[in-house]
Design a protein around this ligand. Structure first.
Ligand code: F6P
Length: 486
């Protein structure tokens, strides 16, 4: 398949132009989806259709609504879609982020359903469909749709261009029929997706849950091969392809002079004393990431193992996300309060010990975006990285950490509810609900013998070297090719 003839469609765009004090700035956006797909389009070219969410996005596009990105070395076209305030509020912030997101992550108390969300979501979908149809008019290509924001898009495209190959990658978990039943539009959503030729999930349990939902709510037929859904004379192939990272780029960057420099600056900025061990979390400030449970476990760790006071710091990078939504604001407040409370209690215990207690901070919460050099430097520095999601499609931080661990001395702790735990057998798999158990696993990570750390990390690194983002794309495009032929 000719990759230059690819149309990637997602809600979030890979680059955002914005005004910052009268300066036009172009920045990469956050999130696993854009981090994974940008290297693919940079390498192969193509077109990416996405919402133009930046304050200066309209200032830089041509009459075709496109801009070449990345700005420093243009490699592919970004076709921006303009959403109305109602579509943003009801579609993206409402139906996608306050209904589908908590539903699929089975954080059911966070669901906030309003009737007005659905028409806004539908109308948003028509805007994306128009942009994709314009692209198909320029040149017929494979349409590769990403994630829960765009579930109705396959049906809208197929209604206009029945022969256009359409493939979907679902980045987040898919829940069982007992959970999907909650959604008033459960049938419409399934019909929207089933119009595609191929749907790809992160794990086999997500694919299995999808089969069960199509059977339960539409009466669709699932053959015993369990690789397709038959409904109303149409066949949709279903496959499983766990998304990955650009292993080679991250590994090579980890030994670059810019990362070495970033590391020494960070050590100074963060005030790490020599010998203080470091744990690391890097997450969007999202309740699905299990940050509160992580903090409770760290509290328990410092209580159960007080000898680590003054000798271990946990650095949490918290990237702001969906801040317009009340649930996210409250969650951010709760995380800040909990960090302050833990820090006060544990640092008070050792503040009188000379050379030890004066400047020790148990948990360093750094809110904001983080640059690639700093991110890779932190991955290299950290004695362990902790992923404690209560549910997660994959979690690419886990894979990035492994890719950056060129010295093979770190330990990965990953939630059994994150897709990454199924693939990385060298990781310590944790249950984020088992707070005391997690505290013990943190101690285990800090005390793990070097040869065991090396053995585990090496195993994960060789797996990831072979199963990187480019292997994932090859697999997805292979599925798309087969799907388009059937
Ligand atoms: O991976 C799930 C996801 O929703 C992606 O689609 C998205 O890039 C990321 O999380 C960040 O969320 P948002 O696009 O709402 O900022």
């Amino acid at each position: 398949m000719d990759r230059q003839r690819l149309i990637v469609v997602s809600n979030r765009q890979p680059y955002e132009h914005r005004w910052e004090s009268d300066q036009l700035v172009c920045a990469r956006t956050d999130g696993g989806l854009t981090a994974a797909l940008d290297p693919v389009l940079r390498r192969h070219g193509g077109t990416w259709v996405a919402w133009g969410s930046g304050s200066a996005d309209q200032n830089v596009v041509g009459p075709d609504m496109c801009v070449e990105v990345p700005p420093e070395s243009p490699a592919y076209r970004l076709h921006r879609v303009w959403l109305t305030p109602d579509e943003i509020k009801g579609g993206y912030l409402g139906y996608a982020n306050q209904v589908l997101w908590p539903l699929c992550h089975i954080t059911l108390d966070r669901i906030h359903y309003l009737k007005a969300f659905w028409p806004a979501y539908r109308s948003e979908m028509h805007r994306f469909a128009n942009a994709v149809l314009e692209e198909l008019d320029r040149e017929p290509r494979l349409v590769w749709i990403h994630d829960f924001h765009l579930a109705l898009l396959p049906a809208l495209i197929k209604a206009e261009r029945p022969t256009a190959p359409v493939s979907v990658f679902w980045h987040i978990p898919w829940p069982s029929p007992d959970v999907w039943r909650i959604l008033p539009e459960r049938r419409e959503m399934l019909l929207g997706l089933l119009a595609s030729d191929v749907i790809v999930f992160q794990t086999s349990s997500h694919a299995e849950a999808f089969f069960n939902c199509t059977h339960t709510f539409l009466g669709a037929i699932i053959p015993s091969s369990r690789d397709r859904v038959l409904y109303n004379g149409h066949e949709t192939r279903v496959s499983v392809r766990p998304i990955s990272v650009d292993y080679r780029v991250i590994s090579e960057h980890a030994v670059s002079s810019s990362v070495e420099q970033a590391e020494s600056v960070l050590r100074q900025q963060l005030g790490f004393r020599a010998g203080v061990r470091l744990g690391l979390g890097v997450d969007r400030l999202d309740y699905t990431k299990g940050l509160l449970k992580r903090l409770w476990a760290l509290d328990e760790f410092f209580t159960q193992f007080p000898r680590y006071r003054g000798k271990f710091t946990f650095l949490q990078i918290a990237i702001p996300t969906r801040t317009e939504i009340g649930t996210y604001q409250l969650y951010g407040d709760l995380i800040r309060e909990t960090v302050n409370d833990i820090n006060q209690r544990h640092s008070a215990c050792i503040k009188d010990i000379p050379n030890e207690g004066n400047d020790w901070i148990p948990i360093l919460l750094q809110e904001g975006r983080i640059g690639f050099d700093d991110l890779v430097a932190l991955y290299r520095m950290a004695d362990f990285a902790l992923v404690s999601s209560v549910n997660d499609g994959m979690n690419l931080v886990a894979k990035e950490y492994v890719a950056a661990q060129v010295c093979e001395t770190g330990v990965l702790l990953v939630s059994q509810m994150a897709g990454a735990s199924e693939e990385l057998p060298g990781a310590s798999v944790i249950n984020p609900y088992e707070i005391e158990g997690l505290a013990e696993t943190i101690k285990g990570a800090l005390e793990m013998p070097l040869d065991e750390r090396r053995r585990r990390m090496r195993r994960m690194r060789s797996y990831l070297a072979a199963h990187d983002i480019h292997a994932w794309v090859d697999g997805c495009l292979q599925d798309a090719l087969v799907g388009a032929q059937t």
